[in-house]
Design a protein around this ligand. Sequence first.
Ligand SMILES: NC(=O)c1ccc[n+]([C@@H]2O[C@H](COP(=O)([O-])OP(=O)(O)OC[C@H]3O[C@@H](n4cnc5c(N)ncnc54)[C@H](O)[C@@H]3O)[C@@H](O)[C@H]2O)c1
Ligand SMILES: [Zn+2]
Length: 355
Amino acid sequence: MDGLPYPIVVTDDATAETARFVAQATRGVAVVADVAVAGRAAAIASALEAAGCQVLSLHTVVAGERFKRWRSVATLHDRWLASEVDRDSVAVAVGGGTITDVVGLAAATYLRGVKWIPVATTLLGMVDAAIGGKTGVDLPQGKNLAGAIWHPLAVIADLAALGTLPPRIRSEAIPEMVKAAVIGDPSLLELIDGTRADAGMAAWSELIARAATVKARVVASDPADRGARAALNLGHTFAHAFEHASRYRIRHGVAVALGLRAAGILARDRTGWSGQDQALMLRALRRHGLRTRLGRMDTRAVLEAMRLDKKRSSGSLRFVLPVRLGEVQTGVEASDDEVLAVLDQLTRPPKRAGY
Ligand SMILES: NC(=O)c1ccc[n+]([C@@H]2O[C@H](COP(=O)([O-])OP(=O)(O)OC[C@H]3O[C@@H](n4cnc5c(N)ncnc54)[C@H](O)[C@@H]3O)[C@@H](O)[C@H]2O)c1
Ligand SMILES: [Zn+2]
């Protein structure tokens, strides 16, 4: 996959691929895995040993947002020091986004930085979280408030792991794929729309590769996250506010689906985004069981959450909006009244015009 200076490998043989990349780099390796994929991690560890690497430490942790804390990073460092993981070692993270975010940050900071490889086992990790080198933890004040950009040696998407991923968690990655399609690959939208949840691995593999390519391309154009990468926030200013205002009862993927519709509604008058494109986007989301209508929610609290988020950037509310399929515009300012009008419409079913 082009764009980034390191490969993204979508494979049904993640054990061999991981061993290949690690063996090229070093002998010593520290594996950290989500306990939900302990079997995959054991298989990877065996392949590493067979390739002549020494697995200095292998341990499992319980994934989830509660794992994304400073304390988890410190625990990993303690473990690695005790196992004599050194500066030439490679850290391998096997799991979803919460695992790769934390292990990536632990690798970025251990002995001032050791190499690492994320092996993504969730669909969201494969199309989004494991790509781009952003690592981090949550602070009590909010999500992802501490972290580092620390690029890996390679990103491995472990297709074999998807077999055990519950359908609900799998569907939470669909909005990120739809986002990728809108940002930079219009025909991917049709592909998502035409893929059934029970489709075979070949179909999913194609979707993953296409969505991952869009993310890789955007990241490659802005590796230090200073400009173009903002496009990846499409739907996310709204989404983060829905997550926050619902006290995280609305999960990220579900919030992004709603956020994409909201961005489309706002874009109607601001960028000329067409009702036809909006309808195609909503159809792909609904096809995979995602709702596109906001339930009962205090819209003032949503607005407040957006403001809090923005305090950390630059004052006024700015949005990434779709222009047409394959093109977005970043930094579009909107007033509180405009945002409230969008939220109001979001509580109603989409009109025939698409929005
Ligand atoms: N760094 C980035 O650029 C970036 C981008 C997007 C999201 N993220 C982060 O990613 C996180 C969300 O990622 P996620 O959805 O992968 O979360 P996750 O790591 O919590 O995984 C979701 C659930 O799936 C389970 N699981 C993982 N693989 C499995 C498998 N193969 N079979 C069965 N169960 C499995 C986990 O145990 C967990 O319960 C968030 O914290 C988000 O902030 C980071
Ligand atoms: Zn997201």
